[in-house]
Ligand binder design. Structure first.
Ligand code: S3P
Length: 432
């Protein structure tokens, strides 16, 4: 296991261009591999998760050709005919998005495939995606609700009205991918709005799709290939924005990041805590996704309450929100976030354990946590727990310790490659 030693930062100042958005990259790869004709992607995320999606598509006969610098060309034959049975189990590695979204695409092809992944992925819930795909006519089996998951798809899936119990963009997207060549309309009702990257890209490809925030209706039509330059990943930029927010006078400019309203909860949370957040919207990326620069300047912060409705809009940022909350005056409560227990690790339990090591007073609840601030963080040994977002949240915490103190040690921080391989280099550039 790697050991990463990190001292507190004296200052944070500068501009950073984080890599392409991971969520959008997965979707662009899958849709490009399905849609008839040649699609192009620029600024594809270099995340290991995204590489897993590209490889899994190739293993199913998909044509995914990188040509350097994050550029990729894809040639599909059309939904229902682009993919075929792989010769071995598909390795989704650590990536829940790969497993769930690809299972949707596979369910709408006449093939049989097994999707598997690492130990972390094998403990994540898969019935939430298996059940709706079964309703559409695919045969899907899981091992007690977990991977390995076997999909025997059908090239003629049924149009079904789905009422989802969990607010999950991954499940919604899997169903939409399975619905592209369904026999009738696919309708999805969500309990809360979630990121709509799949819907936006489908609309850009001329899909017949109506959405009103919590319901989506998709009617199969012929889709057009697309060209998309992926904006920067706001979930990666969030670590630097949170770090800059935590100290008056610290400042970061994040260039060209995605500003999809389903993802911008972090900007609202930091603003509510008292940080200065300036958004300079740029031109839409290929008329599909809003993007622009965001400047965050630190200020004295105060605690906030994060309610369930906000959670899907900042689900992946909660570990770093918890870290920044340690520097805020008063109590920060995170509620309705039980989904965090089903991510790459049990993030509620891991955040609580790590914050206690740093000397923070924190209370764990089944659906969230309460943090008392401000705390003077003390150095310690933190565990990334095989979870990329925890590794980066602990790096932010370590950076907030008095530079005169000892370094923090993060065990297993190389897991950042799952979403952001260059994270430590970019952090060093901003703090030096
Ligand atoms: C994602 C959706 C979220 C998020 C994950 C990526 C996506 O998961 O946590 O990192 O790309 O659709 P859920 O949809 O399961 O909440």
């Amino acid at each position: 296991m790697t050991e990463t030693r990190l001292n507190g930062a004296a200052t944070v100042d500068g501009a950073v261009r984080v890599p392409g958005d991971k969520s959008i990259s997965h979707r662009a790869l899958i849709l490009g591999a399905l849609i008839r004709g040649r699609s192009y992607i620029g600024n594809l995320s270099p995340a290991a998760d995204v590489a897993a999606t590209a490889q899994v598509l190739r293993d199913c006969g998909g044509s995914v050709r990188p040509f350097g610098d994050g550029r990729v060309s894809l040639d599909g034959a059309g939904p229902g005919i682009s993919l075929s049975s792989p010769s071995a189990p598909l390795d989704c590695a650590n990536s829940g998005t790969t497993m769930r979204l690809v299972s949707g695409a596979l369910a709408a092809h006449d093939l049989i495939a097994t999707l598997d992944g690492d130990h972390s992925l094998q403990r994540r819930p898969m019935e939430r995606v298996a059940a709706p795909l079964r309703a559409m006519g695919a045969e899907v089996t899981t091992l007690d609700g977990h991977a390995p998951m076997q999909v025997r798809g059908t090239a003629a899936p049924l149009g079904v009205v789905h009422h989802l119990k969990v607010a999950s963009a991954q499940v919604k997207s899997a169903i939409l991918l399975a619905g592209l060549n369904a026999q009738g309309p696919t309708v999805i009702h969500e309990p809360q709005p979630t990121r709509d990257h799949t819907e936006r890209l489908l609309r850009a490809c001329a899909a017949d799709l109506e959405a009103d925030g919590v319901s989506v209706t998709l009617r199969p039509t012929r889709l057009e290939p697309f060209g998309l330059r992926v904006p920067g990943d706001i979930s990666s930029a969030a670590f630097f924005m949170a770090l800059a927010a935590a100290r008056p006078g610290w400042r970061v400019r994040c260039l060209g990041i995605g500003l999809n309203p389903g993802r911008t909860g972090i900007l609202e949370v930091l603003t509510a805590m008292g940080a200065r957040v300036e958004v300079e919207e740029g031109p839409m990326a290929a008329d599909v996704e809003p993007q622009g620069d965001v400047v965050v300047t630190g200020a004295p912060l105060h605690g906030v309450t994060l309610e369930a409705a906000m959670v899907p809009r900042c689900i992946d940022e909660i570990p770093v929100i918890a870290v920044v909350a340690t520097q805020a005056e008063g109590r920060t409560e995170i509620r309705g976030a039980g989904e965090l227990r089903h991510k790459e690790s049990d993030r509620v339990a891991q955040i609580v354990a790590g914050l206690r090591i740093l000397g923070v007073s924190v209370e764990e609840r089944p659906d969230g946590l309460t943090i008392e601030g401000p705390a003077r963080l003390r150095p310690g040994r933190l565990d990334a727990a095989g979870d990329h977002r925890l590794a980066m949240a602990w790096a932010v915490a370590a950076s907030l310790i008095d530079p005169a103190e000892e370094a923090c040690v993060i065990d297993g921080a190389d897991v950042v490659a799952v979403s952001y391989p260059g994270f430590f280099e970019d952090l060093a550039a901003l703090t030096s």
